[in-house]
Every structure is written in C-alpha cells, then in structure tokens.
Design a protein around this ligand. Structure first.
Ligand SMILES: [Ca+2]
Ligand SMILES: [Ca+2]
Ligand SMILES: [Ca+2]
Length: 224
C-alpha cells in the first residue's frame, strides 16, 4: 500500500515536470562508396536534419533544425562529419520525437552555400508549436519533415525548391518513443542508413550513421 502511495507521488511529480530528457541528434559517419558524379571524381555534399516532438496527445510541440556542408568527398572517403553540429530537443514524457535527415549532392554550389548559411542562423534554435503546420495523422517523408522544420524556423528558401537544382541522394527517419525507451532503459539509438540510387547514368552509394542520445535534463532540484 505504501509503495502504491509513493508511486502515486512520483507519478504526480513527473506530471508536473513533463520533460525529463533531452534528445540529441548527431551525424556520426558518412562514407562515399560510389560517387554520384563519377566523371568529376568529386561529390559536393550537404545534409539537413531536424527533430520534431509530439506530446502525449500526439500534438506537435517543437522543432529544431541543423545542417552540415557544403563539403566535397572523393570515392572511398569518409566525409568530415565531425563538423556537423548536434541538435537538441526536449522529449516530452509519453510523447515522441521524429528525427529526419536528408543528404543532398550539390550542383549549384553558391545556392547551396547560401541555403546552409540560413540554416546555420537557426541552428539548434527550437521553434514552438505555433509555427508548426504538422499534424500527427499526416504521413510525411523525411524530406517533408525537414522542409516543414525549416519553414517553421522561418527559412524562406524551401528545401524542396532547392532540389530542382541539386540531387537528393537519400533520406532517413527514425521515431523515438519516450515510454518505450524508458521501459527499456535505452539512452542511445544508432541509426544506420544506406543510400543507393542512380542519377542520369551514374550509380551512387553512401553509407551514413547518426545517433539519437537521450540526456537527463536538470531542472534545478535534485533528481535522478
Ligand atoms: Ca557513380
Ligand atoms: Ca549532381
Ligand atoms: Ca556536384
């Protein structure tokens, strides 16, 4: 009986502070197995990534964006993703986060660079629910998630328009469920992705890994 009572107190404490963890997305590695532009022997790459959080009522509550590039890579090389800055977003209790990432081969270097400058300006700045036009019932591709995230942060140049000139090599998404991870006591989700395809007459293959790490948030008082 006493245990149940303590359990209730803990549950109430948790309710009054709904956020217990911060999710951090970090690109870990990116390897060019086969270039998209084999003739020029060099691909120019950029990544855009975002996280969107939903509360326990499936309502979108926040979004954060990040970007990396433009960096060039040769066949067989690992791209220098150590320069890719992580992004952070609170993971609502009993809610979830959708993390999305797109890899683009840049054809218009100047345009891509000015896009990345805009992304850097909003890097890791959380935009609130008012700016979000996402509904939980909508099934979105990772590209659409990233585009919606950038739009919510006020990025004028749309990623989808950008892709008229550049080439989308791949997109990846992962969903983090707070209750599920809590049950499993899991703090790290490593996401491997293989992007293969063909542009004009050229095949390409990229191998990518990114992590979602959960970090405990300190809200001033003593807590585990
Ligand atoms: Ca190729
Ligand atoms: Ca290209
Ligand atoms: Ca290119």
């Amino acid at each position: 009986m006493r245990l149940i009572f303590i359990g209730l107190i803990l549950a109430q404490t948790a309710c009054s502070r709904p956020v217990t963890h911060m999710a951090e997305l970090t690109p870990r590695s990116l390897k060019a197995i086969n270039l998209e532009e084999t003739v020029s022997r060099r691909d120019e790459l950029m990544m855009a990534y975002s996280m969107t959080s939903y509360d326990d009522q499936h309502k979108a509550v926040g979004v954060v964006n990040g970007g990396w590039g433009v960096e060039s890579v040769q066949k067989g090389q690992f791209a220098n993703v150590r320069t890719a800055q992580p992004i952070n977003l609170p993971l609502p209790r009993n809610g979830r986060i959708v993390a999305s990432l797109v890899l683009i081969e840049v054809d218009d270097y100047n345009r891509a660079n000015s896009m990345m400058e805009q992304v850097r300006r909003v890097h890791n700045i959380v935009a609130g629910p008012a700016a979000l036009l996402l509904t939980a019932t909508e099934v979105l591709t990772p590209l659409k998630y990233v585009s919606a995230g950038l739009a919510a942060s006020g990025i004028g140049l749309k990623l989808v328009d950008q892709l008229d000139d550049d080439d989308l090599l791949g997109q990846s998404s992962v969903e983090i469920d707070e209750a599920d991870l809590r049950r499993k006591k899991q703090r790290l989700v490593r996401v491997p992705a293989v992007f293969t395809g063909r542009n004009l007459r050229d095949n390409f293959e990229y191998r990518l890994e990114y992590d979602i790490t959960l970090k405990t948030v300190n809200i001033g008082t003593t807590r585990q």
